[in-house]
Design a protein around this ligand. Sequence first.
Ligand SMILES: [Zn+2]
Length: 147
Amino acid sequence: MNRTKIEFLGLPYPTLPTTCKTNKTNNKQDRKAYFRNYYNCEKWRNYNLKKQKEYRQRLKIEVLQHYAPNLRCRNCGFEDIRALSIDHINGGGSRHLQQIDKRGNGRTEVLYRWLKKNRFPDGFQVLCMNCQWIKRAERGEVRQRGK
Ligand SMILES: [Zn+2]
C-alpha cells in the first residue's frame, strides 16, 4: 500500500509505532506486512485501552459496592460514582498507598486491586471527594500531601 492509497482511505500516514516494532523496508512484500502489522497494532492498542478502562470501572464498582452496597457516600449520601472513592477510616491513606504501590504511580486502582486481593478488609469506607477533603482537613492530614 503506498502513501496515496492511504491518504485516499482518509487515514493519516502512519509512523512506526513504538509498541510494535517492525523493520521498515522498501521491499513490496515487507511493506505490506509492515502496514498490516501497523494497523493490527493500532487496533490492538485501542482495544486494550478500552478493555483496561472497562476493567478499571468494573473493579471500582465492585470494591465500592462491597463497602457501600447502595453506592453512596457514607457521610452525606452523595451518589455520583465518579466522585466516590475508598477512604481509610483511621487515616494514614497516603502512607498505606505508598506501601502497596510498588511502582509508585499513585493510582487509586492500586488500592482497589489491593482491597480485592485481600478480600475486602475492615477499616475502609466509601466517601465522596468533598467529605474526604473535609475529613483530611479536620484531621490535619492535608499537610502530608504538600510535603
Ligand atoms: Zn460525602
